[in-house]
Design a protein around this ligand. Structure first.
Ligand SMILES: [Zn+2]
Length: 181
């Protein structure tokens, strides 16, 4: 049996860093590894997954989750999972056939709704690590939401992350109430 391991939380919580570290660990162990990210994500680099510490690994661009089935590997690493289309069935089936998964993604949109297929993924995962960021308003280490700073409601398909800040529950509510004024 394989397994499905997911790192989730708001932006800037270190999710990509976790999967890159895990990918390197598996490579050193001699596992055949494939790394994917949504083609839509060109934030830092086109054909690499990149973390905020400058670590990067070569990746394939995909649009649908099902596309990973076209690649043979022992270990599948996926970044920015929330932007992928399709559904998680193939991941479950592949895990049942012995494949291992390390996946990072935002759990919530800036409107605090489940982001893409992340909700479904979390429900079928063996291990979920929900991480926090430093709240950019009060500076406590308890940010669980990504707040969209501009008043534009198609927020969940935006990629550039300069417009988003990680915030705690208290500061999120405070910012939202100011928006309504
Ligand atoms: Zn706060």
């Amino acid at each position: 049996m394989g397994d499905i391991n997911v790192y989730t939380g708001p932006m800037k919580c270190g999710k990509s860093n976790k999967i890159i570290a895990e990918a390197k660990r598996q490579m050193i162990a001699g596992k055949k590894i494939m790394i994917f990210k949504p083609g839509i994500d060109t934030r830092f680099a086109k054909d690499y997954i990149v973390d905020r510490n400058g670590n990067k690994l070569k990746s394939e661009n995909i649009t649908n989750i099902e596309e990973i089935q076209n690649y043979d590997a022992d270990v599948y690493v996926i970044d920015e999972f929330q932007f992928l289309k399709g559904n998680v069935d193939c991941i479950e089936k592949m895990a049942e056939k012995g494949k291992k998964f390390y996946i990072a993604g935002l759990n919530l949109t800036s409107e605090r709704k489940p982001f893409g297929q992340m909700g479904d993924l979390l429900c079928v995962s063996d291990n979920v690590q929900t991480m926090t960021s430093i709240c950019e308003v009060c500076k406590r280490d308890n940010a669980i939401f990504s707040f969209y700073k501009l008043d534009d409601k198609d927020g969940d398909i935006r990629i550039g992350d300069a417009e988003y800040i990680p915030v705690c529950r208290e500061c999120y509510n405070e910012l939202k109430s100011r928006e309504k004024e």
